[in-house]
Design a protein around this ligand. Structure first.
Ligand code: ADP
Ligand code: ZN
Length: 429
């Protein structure tokens, strides 16, 4: 029923395992120039339970940047066999190194994750994310092979070839970025195929924030089950937390990571079930351990047990990155609030773009929304009505009325990797 019996390990045993692994991790970390200094004077033996982690300092993205390229390594460079880098969505990238053992552990976590949402060795997986430095390529790839699936490294882009591969090799599992999935479903139809007749049954979607509404839309348009996949290169890449068949949040693999949720302002733990910043510590990484890493990702622990029997706690879908928050006229807005509104409306197509501009003395938000073709043929008056309804729905959610522009489907430029949702053209002075 599980890929690894550790997935259903008794909580007390799991916590004892975490404490043991944390002590080992601290010993390894100390071999790196960065932690040698940061952890000077800290007694690893004082760690008795995972909760004792709060006595340790945080590590931030800026710390990693300041140690670029090799300051985080706890072993000589020749012991490493792979390097990845974050996609640099929010600035200078950070480099992550893996030993052979680290790659194996990562592949196991990935395989476990895919098994949890129903993938089996008889499946055929097409990996539609970019390969290269981005961990979504090789990370998924090695995990898929580890599970024993026939793995097609299709990479990103080239929609026609993707469709041909899927049909020729009866692809049953796809790994696809959510913003691309909606676009792809439309392309499949335009190529004259019915998405209901495609061989696929499972989509692994992740790498960028998306709403429940977007997931449902992907599932409906593609006739597929879509499972949320969370990870970040600093914590290996994908395979950190994954949805099981129940789709009620993502199990975060607690034998490999200690996860905390903190109030980003105070650094204190939030109350159980409350939203905050996810902080993570690696427990099984041998070459480049990271302690109390501030991910900037906002989520919460979902209280209670999952019906699947896995004991590892679940995190909710990522509400956004702390860096994504828009402050407009003193109001805090997350792009996902806008997506949630838009994707709940049947007329709305696949894509949208938020633009912030300065007009005269005040800042404004413009939201460009792709509308499904069948609604564009209608008369001017109903289009204006739709425009007003979208603006009103958005205002209910974000408490500001943005200027809404309706555009035809496929007119907003599509990023090859993670979607760009916000363009900030405000005067900065
Ligand atoms: P970058 O920070 O440059 O995008 P990564 O490629 O390592 O670097 O991406 C990791 C980040 O992607 C996470 O910190 C998170 O913000 C986002 N992310 C990954 N998976 C998901 C997911 N399932 N839902 C929402 N956001 C995600
Ligand atoms: Zn579950």
């Amino acid at each position: 029923m599980y890929f690894d019996s550790v997935e259903a390990m008794d909580r007390a045993d799991l916590e004892a395992l975490q404490a043991r692994r944390l002590r080992d991790t601290l010993a390894i970390a100390r071999q790196s120039p960065f932690y040698k200094e940061r952890l000077a004077g800290f007694d690893a033996e004082s760690i008795r339970t995972p909760a004792d982690i709060t006595s340790l300092p945080f590590t931030t993205k800026d710390d990693l940047r300041s140690q670029y390229p090799c300051g985080m390594l706890a072993r000589p460079l020749e012991d490493f066999v792979r390097l990845h880098a974050s996609s640099g969505t929010t600035g200078t990238p950070t480099a992550v190194f893996y030993t052979q053992k680290d790659l194996e552990t990562w592949a196991d976590l990935m395989a476990r994750s895919m098994y949890a949402c129903g993938c089996r060795r008889s499946d055929v997986l097409q990996n539609m994310s970019g390969y290269g430095l981005f961990t979504g390529g090789l990370g998924i790839h090695y995990g898929s092979e580890r599970l024993g699936m026939l793995t097609i490294p299709a990479g990103a882009g080239n929609t026609r070839r993707q469709i041909k591969l899927i049909r020729d090799f009866n692809v049953t599992v796809m790994h696809i970025i959510p913003s691309f999935a909606l676009y792809f479903a439309q392309k499949v139809r335009e190529e004259g195929f019915d998405t209901a007749d495609m061989p696929w049954r499972i989509a692994l979607i992740g790498a960028e924030p998306h709403t429940e509404e977007a997931r449902r839309k992907i599932e409906e348009m593609m006739h597929i089950k879509a499972y949320n996949s969370y990870g970040l290169s600093e914590m290996n890449g994908p395979g950190v937390a994954f949805e099981c068949l129940h789709q009620t949040g993502m199990h975060l693999w607690e034998d490999a990571y200690i996860a905390e949720i903190i109030n980003p302002e105070t650094g204190e733990h939030v109350a159980e079930g409350e939203i905050g910043e996810l902080v993570m510590t690696t427990l099984t990484r041998k070459g480049m351990p990271i302690i109390r890493y501030r991910t900037r990702d906002l989520t919460r622990f979902i209280p209670g047990q999952c019906a699947c029997g896995r004991t590892h706690r679940r995190i909710d879908r990522i509400a956004g990155r702390a860096d994504d928050m828009i402050i407009l006229k003193g109001v805090n807005i997350y792009p996902m609030q806008i997506e949630q509104c838009l994707m709940a409306m049947p007329e709305v197509g696949q894509n949208y773009l938020i633009e912030l501009v300065t007009e005269g003395v005040s800042d404004q938000m413009k939201v460009k929304v792709e509308i499904k073709n069948e609604y564009f043929v209608e008369d001017m008056r109903s289009l204006q009505g739709l425009q007003k309804r979208i603006a009103k729905n958005l205002c209910n959610e974000i408490l500001l009325t943005p200027r809404v522009e309706l555009v035809q489907h496929d007119t907003i430029p599509k990023a090859e990797g993670k979607a760009v949702r916000v363009i900030d053209n405000r005067n900065k002075d």
